[in-house]
Design a protein around this ligand. Structure first.
Ligand code: ARG
Length: 582
């Protein structure tokens, strides 16, 4: 609908150019907004205002000329000029009804495919395996998951890549500690069941015992040289660590599996070649023994060059080298049209450099869209990075357990007729959903404050609120002894609240498109919150089951059923399951 009107406006601009009202070379950015105040219509645009100044025309007159030049169509019911020259549009009700009837028939609620189907590689979660997953991994894991699901709904071929950090110097100390634990005939697996403690113990010894530190360094060299014994110890460690990650993914309802793991170590045997490619392209410079690339695009504050180091003096490779190999793999082997990296915003320089260098070195063609979807940090209420009570990093698994406990308190306080075991199940869904939703509903580019009280609450734009809203819609059908599918009859827009709800429902495909394009799940959260609000007003003002007018009753049941399906689909894209009762 939105695109359709934008196309009409585009056509009007072309007509005005032909008539000489506008210069032939103007190419305005046509953008429609959904005004908050419905008395302003369904859509509004400031096109006349932006065009008036360069065209030296009166904006209101230009607005009228634009309206007059709109091609004939059956979408717009009314166009009005408002204020200094805004144009407000009212949509033809029949068009909204037609769109919703189509959505009703469609499993994907009319989301449809977004133009051409692409192969989209998305790198997310990607924790370092030396330690247990902590709160810092939450954002990449759930934002990446929501974006992947959204792209999939649009029909793209989505390839998930969990680029786990399983290689590097920390593994030396972990292997050295493993050796000792094993020789004391302790059960290594048991000790590794608490990875965090194991990591800390290794680190402590590494810092305190020179003999241990030497052995750790020697083990890394052997590991990287492909020594069988070291590799088998390392594999044992990685396997346990990945099992921990999988448990977290399963609890979070994140779609990642072992098959999506494409670890840093998988690129080892290509790193020499990457350096060779850079050398052949004449991009490499030796700086204090290290192999570097300097690009004019990347300068520091004092105009000093910012190198990408691809090989250290001792021959070792770096994070950047592996990422260059990964770009090549995604471009050439996976044949990606678009490669997305859901990684901490603090790595933005790294990714900018990698993307630019990949193109210069011919590892990725210009047609491959490379995108870093950065995100801010999780902060505590004190405004500092979120920490556990003992001041350490918070293990993700502990955080989720705490969420479940708090949700249980919330459910009990609300009063419920669920049995104790049902309550525990509901609390688990609500608690995890609350943590995820609190994160997903914030603009990912900023830091956000982790606050239990606002997230585990029925008030405001929260998961408990939306889950509860869903149960309210479902209960209508429960009361009527109906399934959603039993609904039939045509949509009629009688009351103002019918129209408002229908308009909201019709907006769903637009929202999905913007989440998919910009990688911003908070658009979807804001939308679902508004939809739940529109439903509440509708429910209060418009009798449904008690309605004596059978046609109106059937229409309202259909709008309610569409609301239920849209809420469910939307939450599912966020990786949040709905509940029948709570
Ligand atoms: N393991 C890295 C970290 O924890 C993130 C990796 C992101 N992906 C990538 N291709 N560099 O910081």
């Amino acid at each position: 609908m939105k695109q359709h009107i934008e196309a009409l406006l585009q056509a009007a601009v072309e007509t005005l150019k032909d008539q000489g009202m506008l210069d032939a070379d103007v190419t305005p950015r046509i953008q429609l907004d959904r005004p908050r105040d419905k008395s302003h219509g369904d859509f509004a645009c400031n096109l006349a205002l932006t065009l008036a100044k360069p065209a030296k025309k009166n904006p209101r007159e230009l607005a009228q000329a634009i309206i007059d030049a709109l091609p004939e169509n059956d979408v717009l019911a009314q166009c009005d000029i408002a204020g200094p020259g805004f144009i407000n549009f009212k949509i033809n009700h029949q068009r909204i009804i037609d769109q919703l009837e189509n959505a009703w028939q469609d499993e994907r609620l009319g989301v449809g495919s977004a133009g051409t189907q692409q192969t989209i590689v998305i790198d997310y979660s990607s924790p370092n395996l030396a330690k247990e997953m902590h709160v810092g991994h939450l954002r990449s894991t759930i934002i990446g998951d929501a974006v992947s699901r959204t792209l999939e709904l649009q029909g793209h071929n989505v390839i998930r890549q969990n680029h786990v950090g399983d290689w590097g110097t920390q593994f030396g100390m972990l292997l050295a500690h493993m050796e000792d634990v094993q020789s004391e005939s302790n059960d290594v697996a048991l000790q590794l069941s608490d990875l965090e403690t194991f990591y800390k113990a290794s680190k402590k010894r590494f810092d305190a015992e020179p003999e241990f530190a030497d052995r750790a360094r020697a083990l890394v060299v052997k590991l990287q040289g492909g020594d069988d014994y070291c590799l088998s110890l390392w594999r044992q460690f990685i396997d346990i660590s990945l099992t921990h990650c999988q448990q977290v993914y399963d609890r979070l309802g994140v779609k990642l599996t072992r098959d999506d793991v494409m670890a840093e170590s998988a690129y080892n045997d290509q790193l020499h070649n990457i350096v060779e490619v850079l050398r052949e392209k004449g991009l490499l410079v030796e700086d204090q023994g290290a192999q570097c690339v300097f690009m004019d695009e990347f300068k520091g504050k004092e105009d000093e060059p910012l190198p990408v180091i691809v090989q250290k003096k001792d021959g070792g490779f770096l994070y950047a080298t592996t990422d260059l190999a990964a770009v090549r793999y995604r471009a050439q082997t996976l044949k990606a049209d678009r490669a997305i990296y859901v990684v901490d915003a603090r790595q933005s320089l790294h990714f900018n450099q990698i993307f630019t260098l990949s193109r210069k070195a011919g590892l990725a063609s210009d047609s491959l869209q490379l995108e870093h979807m950065g995100f801010g940090m999780v902060m505590g209420k004190d405004g500092r990075p979120f920490k556990s009570r003992d001041g350490g990093v918070t293990k993700l698994s502990d955080l989720l357990t705490e969420a479940e406990r708090r949700a249980q308190v919330l459910i009990a306080a609300k009063g419920t007729d669920l049995s104790e075991s049902e309550q525990a199940e509901v609390a688990s869904v609500v608690g995890i959903a609350a943590v995820k939703y609190a994160d997903l509903s914030k603009n990912r580019t900023s830091d956000y404050v982790f606050d239990w009280d606002t997230m585990i609450s029925f008030e405001g734009n929260t998961a408990p609120y939306l889950l509860y809203a869903f149960t309210r819609v479902s209960s209508i059908f429960h009361k009527a002894g109906m399934q959603l599918n039993d609904v039939n009859g045509a949509i009629i827009l009688a009351a103002e609240q019918d129209t408002a709800l229908a308009n909201k429902l019709a907006q769903f495909p637009e929202i999905i498109a913007s989440v998919a394009n910009k990688g911003m799940p908070h658009f979807l959260c804001g939308y679902l919150f508004e939809l739940a609000g529109a439903f509440s007003s509708f429910y209060e003002a418009c009798p449904i089951l008690s309605n004596e007018d059978e046609a109106l009753k059937a229409s309202r049941l259909k709008l309610a059923a569409l609301t239920a399906r849209t809420l469910q689909q939307g939450l599912q894209l966020l990786g949040i399951p709905t509940l029948k009762r709570m």
